[in-house]
Design a protein around this ligand. Structure first.
Ligand SMILES: O=C(O)CCC(=O)C(=O)O
Ligand SMILES: [Fe+2]
Length: 317
């Protein structure tokens, strides 16, 4: 049975009055403080645009490997460019390849004459995702009565990571071996993630935080949004950063079809200290403050196996 993840329409937030916005904010908060995931529909990004990005992703990943390696991601502090199948892992062997696109620096991006429209279209979609993500964070601020501008202050120079993800077609028996997956169970480590997925399926979440993973089935027209580790810390465990993974889709046959997805990972301004918010004088903070920039680099290094990440910076993840 699929995970019980609420579907929330964002229409009343975008076009309604204060009361409408409060009602949507509460629905989003309820989802984030239980399962940690929500499907958002009527989010203002057209399906035509989303389809266009999936097409661009396919065009990019169809290029020969030696071409893609010209844009190879090597620097965790920039975290931009291409990562080949098998190069990233968080505890097991992932069968996927990715391309990361950033806000301020995209040196490792195919040029216009190589992939016409790639950079400009990704930049436009990036801006739309950022607007949507900031509105979702505003919902949290409204529901928790932190003041509407709370997240604007800690995301002044936010530089999210938009990721094009391709899970190549692969034999089922490879993915279903012990220690292999399309993506191994993990939590995301920033503030929150917007996730667009195609119709293939295979994404699963751990809704009760017990290790009992349930499918997060593709729902056309929606974007899945999940809480990541820094928001769980910042909200002093009110919002849940929930483990998730990508396994074989429920299809017949020995070969799994290729799957594409597009996560957009929102991180705070790198200078920000993430210190848990307490809502009453006797509430105890569950976490020490951490510097958002150091946290991000340490986790990126760990995931991409780029070097040994400083142990103290990742120990509390
Ligand atoms: O492909 C997916 O649906 C999930 C991707 C994911 O969890 C990640 O990249 O962190
Ligand atoms: Fe993830």
């Amino acid at each position: 049975m699929a995970a019980d993840i609420a579907v929330v329409s964002f229409e009343r937030f975008l076009n309604g009055d204060d009361n409408d916005r409060k009602a949507v904010a509460q629905e989003i908060y309820d989802a984030f403080s239980s399962v940690g995931w929500v499907y958002v529909k009527d989010h203002g990004i057209s399906q035509a645009r989303v389809d266009e990005i999936f097409r661009l992703a396919k065009t990019f990943f169809d290029l020969p490997l030696e071409d893609k390696l010209k844009w190879k991601l090597t620097d965790a502090s920039v975290n931009q460019g291409y990562t080949a199948d098998g190069a990233e892992g968080n505890g097991g062997i992932d069968h996927k390849e990715c391309y990361e696109h950033r806000r301020y620096r995209n040196d490792l991006c195919p040029a216009e004459d190589v992939l016409p429209g790639f950079r400009t279209t990704l930049d436009e979609f990036y801006a739309q995702c950022l607007t949507l993500g900031m509105n979702v964070l505003r919902c949290l601020a409204i529901a928790m009565k932190l003041g509407d501008g709370f997240f604007d202050r800690i995301t002044l120079r936010t530089d999210p990571q938009m990721r094009l993800l391709h899970y190549p077609a692969i034999e089922r028996k490879i993915i279903e071996q012990e220690g292999h997956a399309r993506i191994f169970p993990h939590t995301d480590f920033g503030l929150c993630t917007l996730l667009f997925q195609d119709s293939i399926g295979g994404l699963e979440v751990d809704p009760f935080h017990t290790g009992d993973f349930k499918p997060a089935t593709p729902r056309p027209g929606t974007v899945l949004i999940n809480i990541a580790d820094l928001l769980q810390r910042l909200t002093n465990d009110r919002c849940k950063s929930t483990r998730h993974r990508v396994v074989s889709p429920k299809t017949e046959g020995d070969m799994l079809p290729a799957r594409f997805s597009i996560p957009f990972f929102i991180h705070p301004d790198p200078e920000t200290m993430i210190d848990p918010v307490t809502l009453s004088a006797d509430e105890v903070k569950h976490y020490e403050p951490v510097n958002a920039g150091e946290w991000r680099i340490a986790h990126t290094m760990k995931d991409y196996k780029l070097a040994d990440a400083p142990k103290e910076a990742v120990a509390s993840a």
